[in-house]
Ligand binder design. Structure first.
Ligand code: SF4
Ligand code: SF4
Length: 147
């Protein structure tokens, strides 16, 4: 989930016209990975879409729904509610979507369409948190060694 509130696009008709190339942050991709582990049918959608087109891999062509709707990236949530991310069914808010995407994604941007979603990947740990955890473990070992 993005760390801010995005208003709901009340006019969305789920037409799929905006479900093309989808940029996402690394954190969002990890959230999708975790979602696919407990929702294998969503992974099946991505597998069924392999080689079909440049549409988003999570657009279910049969049900015409987003297979990862609860964890869809901010890019998708901003369609129709942000300046510059226009929807044929109107924009319902005035958020500067591009400014947000540039600030939030930057060089960590990944593209959902170019990832291999066939297998579950281990959820990445936060490097800073991992470093802190390792330091705490070493200090504890040193304390017990010196006791
Ligand atoms: S935001 Fe607009 S373009 Fe995207 S699915 Fe909804 S109606 Fe279609
Ligand atoms: S993640 Fe869902 S809402 Fe976003 S582009 Fe893909 S199918 Fe559409």
């Amino acid at each position: 989930m993005p760390p801010f509130a995005i208003p709901e696009h009340k006019g969305c008709r789920n037409c799929g016209a905006c479900c093309g190339i989808v940029p996402a942050s690394k954190a969002e991709a990890e959230e999708i990975d975790a979602y696919l582990v407990s929702n294998p049918s969503a992974r099946e959608v991505a597998i069924a879409n392999i080689g079909k087109s440049v549409d988003c891999p999570f657009r279910d062509r049969i049900s015409k729904q987003c297979a990862i709707y609860p964890v869809r990236p901010a890019t998708c949530r901003l369609m129709g509610v942000a300046r510059g991310l226009d929807c044929d069914y109107g924009n319902s808010a005035e958020i500067d979507g591009y400014a947000f995407l540039q600030d939030s994604y930057g060089d960590k941007t990944i593209v959902l369409n170019f990832q291999d979603w066939r297998i579950a990947r281990p959820v990445q740990t936060n490097p800073q948190r991992e470093k802190t955890r390792r330091s705490a473990k070493i200090s504890k070992q040193e304390r017990s060694h010196n006791a």
